[in-house]
Design a protein around this ligand. Structure first.
Ligand code: 6PG
Length: 238
C-alpha cells in the first residue's frame, strides 16, 4: 500500500486529483487514450467537483478519456442514488465529455440487472478477451465494512474469476448491485482508494493486518494500491 496522508480535506482532494491526472496524462501519451473506472460514494464526489473546476479541467485532454464504472446501484440512470447520475452531474457535464466516451453500467431505459451485467461484460470483453480488461486507472472508495466497488464482505462476487462484470446480491443492504470483479481490479495499471473521516479509521487499521480477508484487504494483498486518506482516517499512529 502506498499511503498518502493529507492534513486537510482540500489537500486530500488536490493530492488525489494530481495523482489521477498524472496517470491519465501518461496513459494518453503512451496509448492515445485513458480508460478510467469511477466509483460512487461521498468522498469521490468532492474529487469530481474539484476535477471539473475551471483551473483543473484544462490540465489534461479530457476528450481522450473514456469513463466506465466500478460499480452501480440497481436504479435508473437519473435516480439520485445512481453513481452515473452523480458523475454525470459533477464531472461529465461540466467537462462537456462526449457521450460516446461515457459507459454507464445501467442503460437508459434500464434493463434487467442480469442483462445490464451481460452488456457490460460484452463491452469489456471486446478489449482483450480472454484476459481481463486493463483499465489505466480505477478510483475506489472504501465502506466502513471494508467493501470497495460493490464487492461486499461474504458476497458471491468475491469469488468470481471468469466474468468481469456481475450482479452481486448484497444481503446486508437487502439489495443487488452491479460490480466489476477482482480480476479487473487486479489487472488495472493503477488502482487508487480515496477515504476520509474518523469513521473510516478502524477499518483502515483493520485492512492493514496481514490476515484480514475483507475485500479491500484482499485487493491490497494482491497488488500495489495508492491510498489517499486524511489525518482522521489515518489516525495518529499511521
Ligand atoms: C458506491 C461505491 C462504494 C463507495 C464506498 C465508500 O456505489 O457506494 O462505489 O464502494 O465508494 O461505500 O463510500 P463513501 O465515500 O460514501 O464512504
Amino acid at each position: 500500500m502506498n499511503i498518502h496522508i493529507s492534513e486537510r480535506h482540500d489537500q486530500l482532494i488536490a493530492a488525489c486529483a494530481d495523482h489521477l491526472l498524472s496517470v491519465l496524462a501518461e496513459s494518453i501519451d503512451a496509448r492515445g487514450v485513458a480508460r478510467i473506472a469511477l466509483s460512487g460514494g461521498s468522498t469521490p464526489k468532492s474529487l469530481y467537483d474539484f476535477l471539473a473546476s475551471p483551473a483543473q479541467a484544462k490540465r489534461i485532454d479530457w476528450s481522450r478519456v473514456e469513463c466506465y464504472f466500478g460499480d452501480e446501484r440497481a436504479v435508473p440512470q437519473d435516480h439520485p442514488d445512481s453513481n452515473f447520475a452523480m458523475a454525470n452531474r459533477d464531472l461529465f457535464t461540466p467537462l462537456d465529455l462526449p457521450r460516446a466516451h461515457l459507459f454507464p453500467m445501467i442503460s437508459a431505459p434500464m434493463q434487467g440487472l442480469e442483462e445490464e451485467a451481460d452488456r457490460y461484460q460484452t463491452l469489456l470483453s471486446g478489449w482483450a478477451e480472454p484476459a481481463a480488461p486493463v483499465f489505466d486507472f480505477i478510483l475506489n472508495g472504501m465502506g466502513t465494512d471494508g467493501h470497495f466497488a460493490s464487492l461486499f464482505p461474504n458476497t458471491p462476487a468475491l469469488d468470481e474469476r471468469t466474468r468481469w462484470a456481475v450482479v452481486n446480491p448484497v444481503p446486508q443492504l437487502a439489495t443487488r448491485r452491479l460490480t466489476l470483479t477482482f480480476p479487473v481490479f487486479e489487472q488495472a495499471r493503477s488502482v487508487c482508494f480515496l477515504a476520509a473521516g474518523v469513521g473510516k479509521q478502524p477499518i483502515f487499521q483493520a485492512i492493514q493486518q496481514p490476515d484480514c480477508n475483507l475485500p479491500s484487504a484482499l485487493l491490497t494483498q494482491r497488488r500495489a494500491t495508492d491510498w489517499f486518506i486524511d489525518r482522521d482516517c489515518a489516525g495518529r499512529s499511521t
